[in-house]
Design a binder for this molecule. Structure first.
Ligand code: PRP
Ligand code: URA
Length: 215
């Protein structure tokens, strides 16, 4: 895992398997079925890193031989919140590691002209203040969608939020950090920047379209 002084809220997951799969994901020739599988696999590997800081508490356990004390993740069930649509592609991968997690949903799309997010759906479990949230979206571009999603979660009471994406642009990381300094961001790559249409360069294209075959 890597951090960089210019982006104190960002952790880049440099695991060799993540980086290997990310190159395949970027490839314009990668078909929808493989793209979906790669997003799922990278999300699972990233979740391993992003959950490293969760708190543990001691808990008793009876082995076949005796009673001892082990550990369990403390607090209420973790909550995954994919940002629709493309975040949906990351849910199953994370759930494979954390099968008991709850899943909320935030519906947002970027207006094509303004690039600002338009929200259309919000549903997360109650008692948000007591839960650890993992926001999921493959792309952190201008950061507008991420900042809006975090603001919605905070309005619902959330206080512990991590943001998992696959590819981030410096502009997005800065905007999210400016609005929500407390949110740690995990990505597989910090890319060069944005093109005039707000797409990440080199990026991987439109994540939602590539996941769902809607180009
Ligand atoms: C994409 C992506 C993010 C957003 C990132 O979704 O999945 O949610 O853009 O861009 P931003 O950082 O500039 O806000 P999009 O708006 O294309 O919606 P979709 O998933 O429904 O296609
Ligand atoms: N949304 C995407 O799907 N891709 C980008 O490069 C930027 C925003």
């Amino acid at each position: 895992m890597g951090t960089t002084p210019d982006f104190p809220t960002l952790t880049i997951v440099g695991h060799p398997l993540v980086q290997h799969k990310l190159r395949l994901l970027r490839d314009r020739e990668t078909p929808t079925k493989i793209f979906k599988e790669l997003v799922d696999e990278i999300a699972m590997l990233m979740a391993y890193e992003a959950t490293a800081g969760l708190s543990l508490e001691e808990a008793p356990v009876e082995t076949p031989l005796e009673r001892t004390v082990g550990y369990r993740v403390s607090g209420k069930k973790l909550t995954l919140v994919p940002i629709l649509r493309a975040g949906l592609g990351m849910v199953e991968g994370v759930l494979r590691l954390v099968p008991s997690a709850r899943v909320g949903h935030i519906g947002l799309y970027r207006d094509h002209d303004t690039l600002e997010p338009v929200d259309y759906y919000f549903k997360v479990p109650g008692d948000a203040a007591e839960r650890d949230f993992f926001l999921l979206d493959p792309m952190l571009a201008t950061g507008g969608s991420a900042a809006s999603a975090v603001a919605s979660l905070k309005r619902a009471g959330a206080t512990r939020i991590r943001f998992l994406c696959l590819v981030a642009a410096p502009e997005g990381v800065r905007r999210l950090a400016a609005a929500h300094r407390d949110v740690q961001v995990y990505c597989a790559s910090l890319d060069r920047g944005l093109n005039p249409q707000g797409y990440i360069l080199p990026g991987l294209g439109d994540a939602g379209d590539r996941l769902f075959g809607t180009r």
